[in-house]
Design a protein around this ligand. Structure first.
Ligand code: BEZ
Length: 211
Protein backbone atom coordinates (compact mmCIF):
# COMPACT_ATOMS: atom_id res chain seq x y z
CA UNK A 1 0.00 0.00 0.00
CA UNK A 2 1.30 3.47 -0.82
CA UNK A 3 2.32 6.01 1.80
CA UNK A 4 -0.32 8.33 3.17
CA UNK A 5 -0.25 11.46 5.31
CA UNK A 6 0.50 10.64 8.94
CA UNK A 7 2.33 7.42 8.06
CA UNK A 8 5.85 6.89 9.36
CA UNK A 9 8.33 7.75 6.59
CA UNK A 10 10.34 4.62 5.78
CA UNK A 11 13.94 4.72 7.01
CA UNK A 12 16.72 3.72 4.61
CA UNK A 13 20.45 3.65 4.00
CA UNK A 14 21.61 5.33 0.82
CA UNK A 15 24.59 6.17 -1.35
CA UNK A 16 24.56 9.91 -1.95
CA UNK A 17 26.71 12.67 -3.40
CA UNK A 18 27.51 13.58 0.24
CA UNK A 19 28.56 10.01 1.15
CA UNK A 20 26.64 7.09 2.60
CA UNK A 21 23.85 8.10 4.94
CA UNK A 22 21.12 6.70 7.10
CA UNK A 23 17.98 8.76 6.50
CA UNK A 24 16.79 9.05 10.11
CA UNK A 25 20.30 9.84 11.37
CA UNK A 26 20.68 12.45 8.66
CA UNK A 27 17.40 14.13 9.65
CA UNK A 28 18.22 14.01 13.36
CA UNK A 29 15.52 15.80 15.33
CA UNK A 30 14.64 18.25 12.58
CA UNK A 31 12.37 18.34 9.55
CA UNK A 32 13.08 16.79 6.16
CA UNK A 33 12.21 17.23 2.52
CA UNK A 34 12.78 14.18 0.32
CA UNK A 35 12.11 14.70 -3.38
CA UNK A 36 12.58 12.62 -6.47
CA UNK A 37 13.26 13.70 -10.03
CA UNK A 38 13.05 11.59 -13.19
CA UNK A 39 16.65 11.65 -14.40
CA UNK A 40 20.00 13.41 -14.33
CA UNK A 41 21.11 15.68 -17.17
CA UNK A 42 17.54 16.75 -17.95
CA UNK A 43 16.46 20.37 -18.22
CA UNK A 44 13.56 20.71 -15.77
CA UNK A 45 15.41 18.71 -13.10
CA UNK A 46 18.46 20.94 -13.54
CA UNK A 47 16.36 24.00 -12.73
CA UNK A 48 14.64 22.30 -9.78
CA UNK A 49 17.86 21.28 -8.09
CA UNK A 50 19.34 24.71 -8.82
CA UNK A 51 16.33 26.42 -7.24
CA UNK A 52 16.51 24.18 -4.19
CA UNK A 53 20.22 24.93 -3.80
CA UNK A 54 19.52 28.67 -4.02
CA UNK A 55 16.98 28.29 -1.19
CA UNK A 56 19.30 26.17 1.00
CA UNK A 57 19.61 28.91 3.65
CA UNK A 58 15.80 29.17 3.81
CA UNK A 59 15.53 25.45 4.49
CA UNK A 60 18.30 25.66 7.10
CA UNK A 61 16.56 28.59 8.85
CA UNK A 62 13.54 26.31 9.28
CA UNK A 63 15.65 23.36 10.53
CA UNK A 64 14.87 21.37 7.38
CA UNK A 65 17.30 18.95 5.73
CA UNK A 66 16.78 18.42 2.02
CA UNK A 67 17.56 15.29 0.01
CA UNK A 68 17.03 14.69 -3.70
CA UNK A 69 16.76 11.28 -5.34
CA UNK A 70 16.84 9.63 -8.72
CA UNK A 71 17.57 6.12 -9.91
CA UNK A 72 20.71 7.28 -11.73
CA UNK A 73 24.14 6.18 -10.44
CA UNK A 74 26.37 8.22 -8.16
CA UNK A 75 29.05 9.09 -10.75
CA UNK A 76 26.32 10.48 -13.01
CA UNK A 77 24.92 12.59 -10.14
CA UNK A 78 28.40 13.95 -9.42
CA UNK A 79 29.04 15.00 -13.01
CA UNK A 80 25.59 16.56 -13.30
CA UNK A 81 26.05 18.58 -10.09
CA UNK A 82 28.89 20.43 -11.84
CA UNK A 83 26.48 21.39 -14.62
CA UNK A 84 23.80 22.49 -12.13
CA UNK A 85 26.31 24.65 -10.28
CA UNK A 86 27.57 26.17 -13.53
CA UNK A 87 24.23 26.83 -15.23
CA UNK A 88 22.12 27.76 -12.18
CA UNK A 89 24.88 29.76 -10.44
CA UNK A 90 24.59 27.76 -7.23
CA UNK A 91 26.55 25.36 -5.09
CA UNK A 92 24.46 22.23 -4.54
CA UNK A 93 25.07 21.40 -0.90
CA UNK A 94 22.37 18.83 -0.19
CA UNK A 95 22.77 15.08 -0.87
CA UNK A 96 21.45 13.52 -4.06
CA UNK A 97 20.60 9.86 -3.50
CA UNK A 98 21.60 7.28 -6.12
CA UNK A 99 18.71 4.83 -5.82
CA UNK A 100 19.86 2.42 -8.52
CA UNK A 101 17.99 -0.59 -7.12
CA UNK A 102 14.85 1.59 -6.70
CA UNK A 103 14.36 0.33 -3.16
CA UNK A 104 13.74 3.83 -1.77
CA UNK A 105 11.65 4.87 -4.77
CA UNK A 106 9.47 1.80 -4.28
CA UNK A 107 9.16 2.31 -0.51
CA UNK A 108 7.92 5.86 -1.13
CA UNK A 109 5.81 5.07 -4.22
CA UNK A 110 7.88 7.37 -6.41
CA UNK A 111 7.55 5.18 -9.49
CA UNK A 112 4.20 5.45 -11.23
CA UNK A 113 4.34 2.70 -13.87
CA UNK A 114 1.72 4.25 -16.11
CA UNK A 115 3.82 7.43 -16.29
CA UNK A 116 7.19 5.63 -16.57
CA UNK A 117 8.18 2.04 -15.82
CA UNK A 118 11.74 3.02 -15.00
CA UNK A 119 11.98 6.59 -13.75
CA UNK A 120 10.71 8.27 -10.62
CA UNK A 121 8.07 10.96 -11.05
CA UNK A 122 8.42 14.31 -9.26
CA UNK A 123 7.38 13.20 -5.78
CA UNK A 124 8.04 15.36 -2.74
CA UNK A 125 7.56 14.51 0.92
CA UNK A 126 7.81 16.78 3.94
CA UNK A 127 8.68 14.76 7.02
CA UNK A 128 8.24 16.05 10.57
CA UNK A 129 10.56 15.62 13.55
CA UNK A 130 8.31 12.67 14.55
CA UNK A 131 9.29 11.05 11.20
CA UNK A 132 5.69 11.20 10.04
CA UNK A 133 4.75 12.25 6.50
CA UNK A 134 3.24 15.75 6.67
CA UNK A 135 2.86 16.51 2.96
CA UNK A 136 3.05 14.58 -0.29
CA UNK A 137 2.94 16.08 -3.75
CA UNK A 138 3.36 14.46 -7.14
CA UNK A 139 4.11 16.40 -10.30
CA UNK A 140 4.57 15.14 -13.84
CA UNK A 141 8.04 15.08 -15.40
CA UNK A 142 7.25 18.07 -17.61
CA UNK A 143 6.36 20.48 -14.74
CA UNK A 144 8.98 21.85 -12.37
CA UNK A 145 7.82 22.23 -8.78
CA UNK A 146 7.49 25.49 -6.87
CA UNK A 147 10.00 25.30 -4.01
CA UNK A 148 8.86 28.62 -2.55
CA UNK A 149 5.48 26.93 -2.09
CA UNK A 150 7.25 24.06 -0.32
CA UNK A 151 8.75 26.60 2.11
CA UNK A 152 5.30 28.15 2.61
CA UNK A 153 3.88 24.74 3.54
CA UNK A 154 6.76 24.17 5.97
CA UNK A 155 5.99 27.53 7.59
CA UNK A 156 2.34 26.52 7.91
CA UNK A 157 3.19 23.07 9.32
CA UNK A 158 5.59 24.58 11.85
CA UNK A 159 2.98 27.15 12.94
CA UNK A 160 0.50 24.32 13.47
CA UNK A 161 3.04 22.27 15.41
CA UNK A 162 4.11 25.17 17.63
CA UNK A 163 0.97 27.30 18.07
CA UNK A 164 -2.15 25.20 17.21
CA UNK A 165 -3.05 27.45 14.30
CA UNK A 166 -3.86 26.64 10.70
CA UNK A 167 -3.32 28.82 7.63
CA UNK A 168 -6.03 29.97 5.20
CA UNK A 169 -6.01 29.70 1.42
CA UNK A 170 -3.08 31.51 -0.19
CA UNK A 171 -1.73 32.50 3.23
CA UNK A 172 1.57 34.32 3.20
CA UNK A 173 4.09 34.90 5.99
CA UNK A 174 2.85 37.75 8.21
CA UNK A 175 -0.85 37.40 7.39
CA UNK A 176 -3.50 36.38 9.91
CA UNK A 177 -3.86 32.68 10.68
CA UNK A 178 -6.79 30.52 11.71
CA UNK A 179 -7.51 29.13 15.17
CA UNK A 180 -7.86 25.34 14.80
CA UNK A 181 -11.32 23.89 15.56
CA UNK A 182 -9.91 21.88 18.51
CA UNK A 183 -9.31 25.13 20.45
CA UNK A 184 -12.44 26.74 21.92
CA UNK A 185 -12.94 30.48 21.45
CA UNK A 186 -12.64 30.95 25.22
CA UNK A 187 -9.25 29.20 25.22
CA UNK A 188 -8.18 30.98 22.02
CA UNK A 189 -8.70 34.39 23.65
CA UNK A 190 -6.36 33.33 26.48
CA UNK A 191 -3.86 31.64 24.16
CA UNK A 192 -3.60 34.41 21.55
CA UNK A 193 -3.10 37.75 23.33
CA UNK A 194 -2.91 39.66 20.03
CA UNK A 195 -6.66 39.06 19.69
CA UNK A 196 -9.14 36.70 18.07
CA UNK A 197 -11.49 37.83 15.32
CA UNK A 198 -14.57 35.59 15.45
CA UNK A 199 -16.18 35.81 11.98
CA UNK A 200 -18.26 32.66 12.61
CA UNK A 201 -17.98 30.33 15.61
CA UNK A 202 -15.94 28.00 13.36
CA UNK A 203 -13.99 30.73 11.50
CA UNK A 204 -11.67 32.57 13.85
CA UNK A 205 -8.57 34.54 12.89
CA UNK A 206 -5.63 35.68 14.95
CA UNK A 207 -2.45 37.54 14.01
CA UNK A 208 0.47 35.23 13.22
CA UNK A 209 1.69 34.31 16.75
CA UNK A 210 5.44 34.30 16.03
CA UNK A 211 5.57 37.73 14.38
C1 BEZ B 1 13.30 17.25 -17.34
O1 BEZ B 1 13.80 17.24 -16.22
O2 BEZ B 1 13.45 18.20 -18.09
C2 BEZ B 1 12.49 16.12 -17.83
C3 BEZ B 1 12.73 14.85 -17.36
C4 BEZ B 1 11.98 13.79 -17.85
C5 BEZ B 1 10.98 14.03 -18.80
C6 BEZ B 1 10.73 15.32 -19.22
C7 BEZ B 1 11.47 16.37 -18.74
Amino acid sequence: MSLRLGDIAPDFNAHTTAGDINFYEYLGTGWGVLFSHPADYTPVCTTELGKTASLQHEFEKRNVKVLALSVDPLDKHKGWVNDINETQKVNVGFPIIADEDKSIANAYGMIHPNASETFTVRSLFIIGPDKKVKLMITYPASTGRNFVEVLRVIDSLQLTANYSVATPADWKEGEDVIVVPAVSTEDAIKKFPKGVNVVKPYLRYTPQPNK
